[in-house]
Write a protein that binds this ligand. Structure first.
Ligand SMILES: CC(C)(COP(=O)(O)OP(=O)(O)OC[C@H]1O[C@@H](n2cnc3c(N)ncnc32)[C@H](O)[C@@H]1OP(=O)(O)O)[C@@H](O)C(=O)NCCC(=O)NCCS
Length: 189
């Protein structure tokens, strides 16, 4: 993994700082049920608000980053990934991601994006003690990703997804689990 300027490279993908150029695509994905799939409620971002947030650096700080994900080979946009530290919290980070093009799902990209984001977070933010993610009870692909990435199921619960109540699971990966899980230490990317 490497971070060159504003890009993080995995074996097949580039995860880049969101720019003005990407906004229209991100906004259209955020209003599309196809792009969000059945288990993520469309965020319906407003372009004006997002433009302001991008300009002011909200999505590119130590506490929060949003990435625009493309294939390295032919720069095909495939989705977004986002992490943030909730206000007031110091040691937990939340993550969310979207492989927005249905044909690009099931190719291992979801696992790859999350693996490299997790490495980026634990290696660069020394105060972080855990990463947590909520997922819909029927989102088996995401649950499979999280299990492969060493997360543990903390509890099953109702959670809010853009004001929509979902039944799901809260998963957690601690620093200790991160440092001991082979997936983060044996790879050839
Ligand atoms: C959930 C999501 C991120 C997974 O990414 P992906 O690129 O499709 O997942 P991967 O290709 O890395 O596959 C992960 C695993 O899930 C399995 N899987 C894929 N679809 C599945 C399904 N419908 N049921 C069960 N397992 C499934 C894969 O076989 C793979 O397991 P394996 O490595 O043991 O074979 C992606 O589908 C997505 O963005 N969906 C829309 C938005 C969303 O739900 N985001 C997550 C919110 S928490």
């Amino acid at each position: 993994m490497s971070l060159y300027g504003n890009k993080l490279f995995t074996s097949r993908l580039s995860l880049a700082k969101v720019t003005e150029e990407n906004l229209q695509t991100i906004i259209s994905w955020s209003t599309s049920e196809i792009a969000c799939g059945s288990y993520l409620t469309p965020e319906k971002y407003s372009i004006e608000q997002m433009r302001m947030q991008v300009k002011s650096g909200v999505f590119w700080s130590d506490k929060e980053k949003m990435f625009f994900v493309e294939t390295k080979e032919d720069e095909r946009p495939i989705g977004t990934a986002h992490f943030w530290q909730p206000t007031g919290g110091t040691d937990t980070i939340f993550m969310a991601l979207k492989v927005a093009i249905p044909e690009e799902r099931g190719k291992g990209y979801g696992t790859e994006i999350q693996k490299f984001l997790i490495m980026h977070i634990f290696d660069r933010i020394s105060t972080v003690k855990s990463i947590e993610m909520y997922t819909d009870i029927n989102n088996y692909a995401q649950q499979r990703c999280l299990t492969k990435l060493g997360f543990e199921l903390v509890e099953s619960l109702m959670y809010d997804d853009q004001q929509e109540k979902r039944t799901g699971h809260l998963y957690k990966l601690t620093t200790k689990q991160y440092h001991s899980h082979p997936i983060y230490h044996f790879h050839y990317e």
